[in-house]
Design a protein around this ligand. Structure first.
Ligand code: HEM
Length: 139
């Protein structure tokens, strides 16, 4: 049972990460086209990615991850606390992207493409830290 939950967790996490890595890329291209004709297509792609992929994937990642904590015996595991801290930051990034997606939808984004190129690296760095913590379990 535990391994089935872990498989579900990894599937959900891969889907969540796909969105977290791709949505800021879409923001970069969206910023570059401004409010021209392709903007409507970007709005549709961003909304669908956020709503139909990222939101359900984040919920399943959390539920399956919490079930793993419940069924596993990780009491006092330092790596788990550190991982949870990084996952909370990742969740914050997720909600920030959601707010940004809605701003694009209302044509109210004022941030430059350079900003989204920079913020694009944040989920990557968090993912590297999370995977090292959960696989290597260094402490
Ligand atoms: C959303 C909140 C999350 C919670 C509560 C959580 C919790 C956990 C727990 C307790 C395990 C079991 C560890 C073990 O059996 O040794 C696990 C496994 C795993 N988690 Fe998470 N996790 C979360 C999010 C993430 C994220 C965002 C990633 C990747 C970016 C991730 C990647 C993994 C991987 C790859 C494993 C399998 C490790 C292994 O079997 O060696 N998790 N998670």
């Amino acid at each position: 049972m535990y391994l089935w939950i872990k498989a579900l967790h990894v599937i959900a996490v891969i889907s969540w990460m796909a969105g977290l890595l791709y949505l800021p890329r879409l923001f970069v291209y969206h910023t570059e086209v401004g409010q021209g004709a392709p903007s409507a297509l970007f709005k549709k792609m961003e909304r669908r990615l956020a709503l139909y992929i990222m939101a359900p994937a984040m919920i399943v990642s959390w539920l399956a991850g919490l079930a793993l904590i419940y069924f596993g015996s990780f009491h006092g595991a330092g790596w788990l606390h550190a991982k949870l801290a990084l996952v909370v930051l990742l969740t914050g990034v997720h909600f920030y992207f959601g707010v940004t997606q809605k701003a694009f939808e209302r044509d109210e984004n004022h941030r430059p493409a350079k900003f989204f190129r920079f913020i694009n690296e944040v989920p990557t760095l968090l993912m590297i830290g999370i995977v090292i913590l959960v696989i290597v379990k260094p402490f």
